[in-house]
Design a protein around this ligand. Structure first.
Ligand code: NAP
Length: 246
């Protein structure tokens, strides 16, 4: 573990142990950020992300906590805030699917996806924003999904959660815009990660104008742009990264 230093900005990325979150951690490290790599259960994956962050000349720490657990999140964030002097970027990336046709969907499947996405947004974003408000700067990017815009068969829970993330982000963006803080959303289409392991990829490719899946790095580069000064006048927006799907 490399501890925080005073001279580099800090990015907290939830769900950084693999997939899109890992690519975001590496991309932010390349841009000069210290990275706090949150994860739930995959310690080896988080350590691998930290190794990749180091390989590109960055530093950071791994921070295990369940973003859907209010008490655990507050405790972990206090430790992170005492380790790092500033909090410049938050990427709400942690996510999961629990697909089922709505009529068959158990309360547990409904609740687990909503809780992770929306309680997770509240549990982490609110305290981070408190810090950003004092700093009078910061950028928050949340990872939604094409499903949150278009809906998707078998994903009523996921689509509802991601649509909620968009509504919450747009609302918060308007509340903090005058305080130097920008809040945006990236809505990926189908991205090659563990999450879509069981998806009917060949069938879905037919629905994508570019006729291919996206990569985690292609999402990460858009996140990095939204966190940068190049996006200084961009807030409250939803940027789709989906190969041309409508
Ligand atoms: P992934 O490979 O399954 O990774 C999910 C990450 O979220 C892991 O790091 C996991 O940690 C973490 N996580 C899960 N529950 C958590 C919790 N309660 N607290 C903290 N961390 C938690 O997924 P991905 O494909 O990279 O997806 C990343 C984001 O992009 C998600 O929000 C997803 O909904 C969104 N997205 C993905 C796609 C796609 O096609 N892949 C498309 C649209 C949107 P552990 O590994 O430690 O459990």
């Amino acid at each position: 573990m490399t501890m925080g230093t005073t001279n580099k900005p800090v990015a907290l990325v939830t769900g950084g142990s693999k997939g899109i979150g890992r690519a975001i951690c590496v991309e932010m490290a390349k841009s000069g950020y210290q990275v706090v790599i949150n994860y739930l259960s995959d310690t080896d994956g988080a350590r691998e992300t930290l190794a990749q962050v180091s390989q590109v000349g960055g530093n950071g720490i791994c921070a295990q906590f369940d973003v859907s657990d209010y008490a655990a999140s507050q405790t972990a964030l206090q430790t992170i805030f005492s380790t790092f002097p500033s909090m410049d970027v938050l990427v709400n990336n942690a996510g999961r699917i629990a697909d089922e046709l709505f009529i068959m969907m158990t309360q547990d499947k409904w609740r687990s996806v909503i809780d992770l996405t929306l309680q997770g947004f509240y549990n982490v974003t609110r305290p981070v924003l408190e810090k950003m408000v004092v700093q009078k700067r910061g950028a928050v990017v949340s990872i939604a999904s094409v499903a949150g815009i278009m809906g998707n068969r078998g994903q009523a829970n996921y689509a509802a959660a991601k649509a909620g993330l968009i509504g919450a982000s747009r609302s918060v963006a308007s509340e903090v815009a005058r305080l130097g803080i920008r809040v945006n959303v990236v809505a990926p289409g189908l991205i090659q990660t563990d999450m879509i392991h069981d998806a009917p990829v060949q069938k879905i490719k037919g629905l994508i104008p570019m006729a291919r899946l996206g990569t985690a790095e292609e999402v990460a580069r858009v996140v990095r742009f939204l966190c940068s000064e190049d996006a200084a006048y961009v807030t409250g927006q939803v940027i789709s990264v989906n190969g041309g799907m409508f």
